[in-house]
Design a protein around this ligand. Sequence first.
Ligand SMILES: Cc1cc2nc3c(=O)[nH]c(=O)nc-3n(C[C@H](O)[C@H](O)[C@H](O)COP(=O)(O)O)c2cc1C
Length: 164
Amino acid sequence: MTTFDSRQFRDVLGHVPTSVVVVTGIDSDGIPQGITIGSFVSVSLEPPLVGFLPGTQSKTWNSLRGTGKFCVNVLAENQADVCWKFAKESDDRFADVEWSPSLNGAPAIAGSLAHIDCDLDSDVLYGDHFFVVGRVTHLHTPTGVSQNAMAFYRGKVVEVEFPE
Ligand SMILES: Cc1cc2nc3c(=O)[nH]c(=O)nc-3n(C[C@H](O)[C@H](O)[C@H](O)COP(=O)(O)O)c2cc1C
């Protein structure tokens, strides 16, 4: 038995600040796909594994899973437009977004703090989300971009002063 409803669950869990990443890839039709994700986590050092949790209804994840690879773009504080663009329904989320292929071919979004290329390791269903774990194949931290990460708290992009 629970003592709360889903609204309270969302409200209370919104008190946990998260990073914001955009998980990207090229689907089997050759079309770039991407989704804004707040559930990114570093999982293991040896072997190097990272994870995130897309909803079971995620069109983006359902179009990328079969390709077996993706790129995690870690957003900088000044990429709020990118954060919202990849969280909204759109025919082309990449319109007006500058990107180039990362080493595994997935879109590396310009201005991001880091690009983390992955091969799909596992994809396990938990409730209404999948826990996707990727094996990291390549890491890249571009120079010349804002070095402050984006943070998300209680439904909003918030400014956090991160030390150098
Ligand atoms: C800051 C932020 C974090 C988000 N984190 C997640 C997440 O971890 N998992 C998820 O499934 N959706 C998350 N979303 C919502 C998706 O980005 C959104 O539902 C998107 O429209 C799904 O697109 P898709 O159906 O093309 O996959 C987040 C949205 C925002 C703004």
